[in-house]
Write a protein that binds this ligand. Structure first.
Ligand code: NAI
Length: 378
């Protein structure tokens, strides 16, 4: 099976932050067709949004349970289901779709706690489902170029990775009155972490993805700068990766003046490179003792994984939608290979294991911070 596949989404209704990106990205290359959905928490809006987004009436469902019950019985069932609902709902929805044998792409943070994430990883393995967690920024071609360069030894032994995801959009003391922000600092709805689980783990995942290492230990300082918040709006983590590389992460929601604020710098024995999400088509590469140079997305001389993740000629900006589309094209290839009984190519998209790793990091970081930054294993 390698032709166009059927794709469905739970959440992502009109007005949601991330829904449009999934819809455009999944369908961008003609690999998936939007075939079913339960877009919104409100059943009437869910149906209306589904139809408005192009679904046939019988597959624009009022709730995800209706969607599951109907889709599991269809001979033309969905090949992939994306779960793009708020964090606290991921576990229940993902588990139900896995139990019914679907492949799943779940938004981050994967779950609110480690036990839930472990259960989903086990279930996905048992069912042999193809599953991902949407650390979608790892789909940028130039992030993949960085990974390929590190993997090919072009940086030499990687000594230090500096990761940042610091924005300034939750900096007001009256944010407690804003329903779109309030829940993020409410432990019942957000779990044990706010900005680290929301933003920081994107940067940390990217660091590990580029250098090909997992997080072994953290020492964390989580702070709530806006009075009255129960969860952190700023955090700094010292990190030791599995092969000894040192990591430094700063994440914040009160960094007034910063926009999306995601960036990464990787320093190896043979050179350093840096990438910023707000200028995602370039990497600045500085080989030791040589002038720095700009590597451009779409230009010659890139590693195959960066070249193949790029769609338009050099000089025209590509962005987040294309990065997400690369996650979808990887999933399509993996689902196709699995259905054909092939081992499949090396998987470049973040799997459930990456989601679990980041849930473990959040837990270790909150423990460490309570113990005044004590090093805590992940
Ligand atoms: P949002 O609050 O803007 O939208 C959530 C959507 O899910 C709404 O349409 C809502 O009606 C729907 N929904 C809620 N409960 C539902 C249910 N039980 N059944 C069906 N639909 C339901 O939230 P946002 O910002 O879009 O975030 C959704 C998820 O995506 C979160 O886990 C968030 O962390 C993640 N996210 C990931 C991003 C990334 O770059 N990977 C970027 C933004 C968000």
């Amino acid at each position: 099976m390698s032709g166009r596949m059927r794709w469905g989404m739970v959440g992502g209704g009109r007005g949601s932050q991330v829904g449009v990106a999934h819809k455009v990205a999944a369908c961008m290359d003609g690999l998936f067709e939007f075939s079913a959905g339960a877009a919104d928490i409100d059943p009437a809006k869910s149906r209306a949004d589904g139809i408005g987004l192009g679904l046939p009436e019988d597959r624009a469902y009022g709730t995800w349970r209706e969607m599951l019950d109907a889709e599991r019985q269809r001979s033309d069932r969905l090949d992939l289901v994306t779960v793009a609902t708020p964090n606290a709902t991921h576990f229940e929805i993902v588990r139900a779709f896995l139990e019914a044998g679907f492949n799943v792409l779940c938004e981050k943070p994967f779950t609110l706690d480690v036990a839930e994430a472990e259960e989903l990883v086990c279930l996905a393995r048992e069912r042999k489902s193809i599953c991902g967690v949407n650390f979608g920024f790892s789909g940028y071609p130039m992030v993949r170029q960085a990974r390929a360069m590190a993997n090919a030894g072009e940086l030499g032994k990687v000594r230090v990775v500096v990761m940042e995801f610091a924005h300034g959009f939750h900096a007001r003391s009256d944010d407690a009155n804003n329903p779109r922000i309030r829940w993020r600092y409410d432990p019942k709805q957000a779990g044990n972490s706010a900005v680290l689980a929301d933003a920081g783990i994107h940067a940390l995942h990217m660091g590990g993805y580029i250098i090909g290492q997992s997080v072994a230990e953290v020492s964390a300082d989580l702070a709530s700068c806006v009075p009255g918040r129960l969860l952190e709006d700023d955090a700094a983590l010292q990190v030791r990766f599995s092969d000894g590389t040192i990591g430094r992460l700063w994440t914040s929601a009160i960094a007034v003046g910063q926009m999306h604020g995601l960036s990464i710098r990787v320093f190896g024995e043979k050179g350093g490179l840096r990438w910023r999400q707000e200028e995602p088509n370039q990497i600045i590469w500085s080989p030791l003792d040589e002038p720095s140079r700009t590597l451009e997305r779409g230009a010659g001389g890139l590693h195959p994984i960066a070249a193949r993740g790029s769609r338009i000629p050099v000089g025209h900006p590509e962005g987040m939608l294309e990065a997400f589309a690369n996650i979808y094209s990887d999933l399509h290839a993996a689902i196709g290979a699995h259905a054909a009984g092939q081992a499949g190519a090396a998987e470049d998209f973040p799997g459930f294991e990456a989601g679990l790793e980041m849930v473990r990091v959040v837990q270790a970081a909150t423990t460490s911070s309570k113990n005044r930054g004590q090093w805590t294993s992940v």
